[in-house]
Design a protein around this ligand. Structure first.
Ligand code: CU
Length: 162
């Protein structure tokens, strides 16, 4: 049976396939050894800003701790890993010198007001809708290039990734 005939007989399948495609295009996961990196994104910084923050969800299916120890990009001079913490009603940004720990059989979510990758010394303007490649280096699993979507902060509020 050719495809045209097939869809004539089962028109609901067209919708199913289209939905499947959209889902795959937006799911944006990376499987890397025992790690899954889910939906890396950067919140579009203000045009005047010299820094931007990146987020993602990292799942470790292994039996050992893993560490995200470095990140390299061509759009920023430097990257650091930070954690935000409330101290006397003031949000403090703490630099994580040893990287970000992902517990065994666990998930760590980098998200606003928590863990993030700080891209410092931006070399270009990051505009929502764009994508930027980042080389992530994990202590045991090694290096992987992932694509971060540039998203606006408004979209994040109505968008639930869980
Ligand atoms: Cu920061």
């Amino acid at each position: 049976m050719n495809l045209k005939l097939f869809f004539k007989k089962f028109p609901f399948l067209i919708i199913f396939f289209i939905t499947l495609n959209i889902y795959e295009a937006s799911s944006h996961d990376y499987y890397f050894g025992k790690l899954t990196i889910d939906h890396p994104y950067i919140i579009e910084p203000l045009p005047s800003s010299n820094v931007a923050a990146g987020y993602m969800k990292i799942t470790n299916r292994g039996n050992n701790k893993e560490f995200l120890i470095s990140a390299k990009t061509s759009f920023s001079k430097n990257t650091e890993f930070h954690y935000m913490k409330m101290e006397n009603n003031i949000m403090k940004m703490i630099k994580l010198e040893n990287g970000i720990e992902i517990p065994p059989k666990g998930t760590l979510t980098l998200q606003p007001k928590s863990f993030h990758v700080m891209f410092i010394g931006l070399q270009k303007q990051l505009i929502k809708g764009g994508k930027e490649k980042v080389l992530l280096n994990f202590k045991k699993t090694g290096e992987i290039i992932v694509s971060f979507n540039i998203e606006s902060i408004d979209k994040k509020d109505i968008h639930n990734h869980n």
